[in-house]
Design a protein around this ligand. Structure first.
Ligand code: NAP
Length: 246
């Protein structure tokens, strides 16, 4: 039963994060909407969630900013008293072959996708340990498992998230806190929009289920992992990829 629980969703204004926020809110979860830049999208989502009958807070903060993230988590703790669910979803890409990849392209992706997740778990862990319960779900990617040409930075960050997930699950299992990762395949969002129709048509051919994923495909799994229905699952990486990686 998720009704009345409180969650922080990073990168909640667009794509997968937005769908996760909506899915959890539909199940009665109060949401802190984190985002980095687009105030209008955040305010629109807040109203949409409130219309679903839950409390929605907006908090603008770049997750690569350690102190900013600690302030955000403290704000959520003060407002909600308890934080049950932390969804580490925010992520970016800066794709190019390593021959052309600038060190800034590598560093910025690691700063957001890997250090950003660390910043969030560092802030939330003491709170969940004191509560003796909590649920952390990290967004990784299938390319963190199998790699992808043009994504040395991104795949390294997502492989790092998998390592972090498993280590944290081992640290916190005895304290009533579960930690899992979700590894989406090819999901239609702004992140994959720029790849173009030709590329997407080719990708579909190599996916056993012959379609690209939708953000709600990922949100459905996140809701399951956030719920008591998955109470014996921790330290796992679950693909949502139409069978692309198996
Ligand atoms: P998206 O459509 O590009 O949306 C990204 C969201 O993250 C936006 O709300 C953005 O907010 C926020 N964000 C970006 N950088 C941030 C930062 N530094 N601090 C706080 N918020 C930040 O991405 P998506 O496709 O939904 O992807 C969501 C997650 O799933 C990512 O971790 C991604 O790596 C992972 N994933 C996606 C796919 C896919 O096919 N789409 C596949 C595998 C894994 P602003 O607009 O305010 O910047």
């Amino acid at each position: 039963m998720l009704k009345g629980k409180n969650a922080i969703v990073t990168g909640a204004t667009r794509g997968i994060g937005r769908e996760i926020a909506k899915k959890l809110a539909a199940l009665g979860v109060n949401i802190l909407i984190n985002y980095r830049s687009n105030d209008k999208e955040a305010e629109e989502l807040k109203i949409e969630l409130e219309n679903m009958g839950v409390t929605a807070l907006v908090y603008k903060c770049d997750i690569s900013d350690f102190d900013g993230v600690q302030d955000m988590i403290n704000f959520a703790k003060e407002y909600f008293s308890k934080i049950d669910i932390m969804i580490n979803n925010a992520g970016i890409t800066k794709d190019t072959l390593v021959l052309r990849m600038k060190k800034e392209d590598f560093n910025s992706v690691i700063d957001v996708n890997l250090k950003g997740v660390f910043n969030c778990i560092k802030g939330i862990t003491p709170i969940m340990v004191r509560q003796r319960e909590g649920n952390i779900i990290n967004l990784s990617s299938v390319v963190g498992i199998v790699g992808n040409a043009g994504q040395v930075n991104y795949s390294a960050s997502k492989a790092g998230v998998i390592g972090m997930t498993k280590s944290l699950a081992k640290e916190l299992g005895g304290r009533g806190i579960r930690v899992n990762a979700v590894a989406p395949g090819f999901i239609e969002t702004d992140m994959t929009y720029a790849l173009g129709d030709k590329f997407k048509d080719e990708a579909k051919k190599s996916i056993p289920l012959k379609r690209l994923g939708e953000a709600k495909d990922v949100a459905n799994l996140v809701a399951f992992l956030a719920s008591e229905e998955s109470s014996y699952i921790t330290g796992q990486v679950i693909n949502v990829d139409g069978g692309m990686v198996m």
